[in-house]
Design a protein around this ligand. Structure first.
Ligand code: KIV
Ligand code: NA
Length: 284
């Protein structure tokens, strides 16, 4: 089984080709992502909300999440798998955090990198240190900066970041530089002004993956249920929905129900099984 390595992704970045990344939360969605040849596949903890119906990513347990990671990894194809470190899996102490990252890497040989949400370097010293410890142990890290949904409460909501104060802008840039220095192979930038993301990308020598960050990043990521309209039309401003699967699915189900109710399904012949006439006579 051949799939993209970090080196493959890096080569594409160096060639100046935009990188595509999309989330998947189970075997089926992961099969689609692979079949479409998306460069990177993220098992994001957003699946807590999009696939499991929680109202934030905070309450998702590591065990629930691992079940999804394994399911995604059973899909074949070349997309490189990056896996989120969910809230609560590394914050309490360093050794527990390292153990959990190792356990995630051990779930499947396809898991190539973890992704860790980190605040500004000046305040989130613990997570900066944690990321450094992971990198130093040969665990590839994609850092996630800007709007970090696991910190929704300390951020005071899902808001655009580094768009109001000079200090925040400077600190975000400094954070990105430090993350590169301590060994991250890439940085995901969520919901920051287009100009900030483009500027940071131009100053870094590792790929940036943007979401709500404009087209000046090295690549883009979207949540599959937003992208494909799996939950209807209500999606964040930064999403360009390419299809509406919820409508297609509802339509398909309505047709099925109508066919059941007027007995046009199942059709005798194409959808049914036979018994030999002689056997049937004997049975009667
Ligand atoms: O969990 C997720 O899907 C993510 C993306 C929004 C980047 O972290
Ligand atoms: Na996430």
């Amino acid at each position: 089984a051949k799939y993209n390595t970090i080196q493959d992704i890096r080569n594409k970045y160096l060639a100046g080709t935009p990188l595509s990344m999309c989330t998947a939360h189970d075997f089926i969605t992961a099969t689609w992502v692979n079949k479409a040849n998306c460069d990177l596949l993220l098992v994001g903890d957003s699946l807590a909300m999009t696939s499991l119906g929680y109202d934030s990513t905070i309450t998702l347990s590591l065990n629930e999440f691992k079940y999804h990671v394994s399911s995604v990894c059973r899909a074949e194809g070349s997309s490189m798998v990056v896996v989120d470190m969910p809230f609560g899996t590394f914050e309490s102490d360093m050794s527990k955090g390292l153990k959990n990252a190792i356990d995630i890497m051990k779930l499947h040989s396809k898991v190539t990198s973890v992704k860790v949400e980190v605040g500004l370097y000046s305040t989130d010293k613990y997570t900066m240190k944690y990321i450094e410890e992971l990198c130093s142990r040969g665990i590839p890290v994609m850092a996630h900066i800007g709007l970090t949904p696991q910190k929704v409460h300390s951020l005071g909501g899902y808001k655009v970041q580094a768009n109001k104060s000079l200090l925040q802008m400077q600190e975000l840039f400094e954070t990105a530089k430090q993350l590169q220095k301590i060994g991250c192979w890439s940085i995901l930038i969520e919901c920051v002004p287009h100009k900030m993301a483009q500027f940071m990308t131009s100053k870094l020598s590792i790929p940036t993956i943007g979401i709500g960050a404009g087209n000046g990043t090295s690549g883009q990521v979207l949540v599959i249920s937003d992208l494909l309209g799996m939950q209807g039309e209500s999606v964040p401003k930064f999403v360009k929905q390419t299809v509406n699967m919820a409508d297609i699915a509802t339509q398909g189900l309505k047709e099925y129900i109508a066919n059941v109710e007027d007995r046009t399904f199942p059709e005798k012949g194409p959808h049914t099984f036979k018994v030999k006439d002689e056997l049937w006579s004997e049975f009667l």
